[in-house]
Design a protein around this ligand. Structure first.
Ligand SMILES: Nc1ncnc2c1ncn2[C@@H]1O[C@H](COP(=O)(O)OP(=O)(O)OP(=O)(O)O)[C@@H](O)[C@H]1O
Length: 300
């Protein structure tokens, strides 16, 4: 094992200097030296990760933050041999839940030292603003309107409750409109689309039964409802873990999703605003190696 660099986002929901210090102490006890690099602005983590990977000095590049920080770090190191570590210090930490990364720093440091990793295939979304990598999920429509409307200040103050406030406001303010979505080039109609690599949503809620992290595919959840009451029922069923049985939703598997609509439908990925339609989503051509526990033996 070479050196380790920790790229930390001081604005992430549960950023904690003392937790990072404890993590570093336990990591260094077993040998590897750790460097800490703090981000100074959105997108900085990608530059720091790119420089770290290009230096060849580090076997592990650790993203200390939430899904947005992980995505930015991943964008800088994908396609290199470095392993991405996750120190979950964000608000929702969906990928960390999904990959069963320990939230305890001591166990997390032990996991990094053990050197195991899992290979995942992140997604890219392409908009007018360019290409953005996402690790967990992206969405277009109502769900993204909630993220666009979530105040960063309120989120810093009350954490995930800020999304509840924005959900209520979106229910009144967002005009649900039907648009065309091409899923592997086949046209469908929907009012909201979630494109997910994982099986979880907003923390630990189950969105699909299957995680597509290890596949070169997405799970695509189509919301076909155009009534707000039906939408409230759908949202509730998501938080009750019954989305799969909900009328008006469909789950498909695909490797490309295209929404040509010029109607400026909001987009988010990994919990961050990513502009408006038109948008095209596909799978990264290179995989990403993520430090996890040892892979469980196949069942049976
Ligand atoms: N120094 C910085 N100042 C302002 N914003 C930053 C800085 N560093 C990173 N960011 C931005 O902070 C955003 C939020 O980070 P992140 O998603 O990791 O935290 P979170 O929203 O609390 O966690 P989660 O996505 O798990 O809910 C990222 O998209 C990133 O662009």
């Amino acid at each position: 094992m070479k050196k380790v660099i920790i790229i930390t986002n001081p604005t992430a929901g549960h950023h904690s200097r003392s937790r990072i210090s404890r993590f570093v102490r336990h990591l260094e006890q077993a040998g590897p030296r750790a460097t800490i690099a703090r981000t100074q602005y959105p997108g900085h983590a990608t530059i720091l990760a790119r420089d770290a990977a290009a230096s060849g000095l580090y076997s592990h590049i650790i993203a200390a933050g939430g899904d947005g920080t992980i995505a930015e770090v991943a964008a800088g190191m994908i396609g290199t041999s470095a392993i991405l570590g996750i120190l979950p210090l964000g608000s929702a930490n969906v990928l960390a839940h999904e990959l069963k990364i320990p939230f305890n720093e001591i166990r997390n440091a032990a996991l990094i030292q053990a050197g195991h990793f899992t290979t995942i295939w992140p997604g890219y979304l392409h908009t007018k603003a360019g290409r953005q990598l996402f690790v967990q999920m992206a969405s277009i429509g109502f769900d993204a309107h909630i993220v666009h409307g979530t105040s960063t200040r309120l989120k810093a103050w009350v954490g995930r409750a800020a999304y509840a406030v924005s959900t209520l406001s979106s229910l009144f303010r967002f005009e649900l409109t039907e648009f065309t979505v091409l899923i592997d080039d086949i046209p469908h109609r929907a009012t909201t689309v979630i494109v997910s690599k994982g099986s979880l949503y907003a923390g630990k809620y189950e969105l699909t039964h299957h995680s597509a992290h290890g596949d070169r595919n997405f799970s695509v959840i189509l919301f076909e409802t155009s009534g707000k009451l039906a939408l409230v029922r759908t949202i509730l069923s998501l938080f009750l873990g019954r989305i799969g049985q909900q009328k008006g939703t469909r789950t498909l598997t695909a490797s490309t999703v295209r929404i040509p609509s010029p109607a400026a439908i909001p987009i988010q990925s990994d919990g961050d605003r990513k502009g408006f339609s038109p948008v095209h989503l596909d799978i990264s051509a290179s995989p990403l190696h993520v430090a996890t526990g040892p892979t469980p033996p196949p069942a049976g």
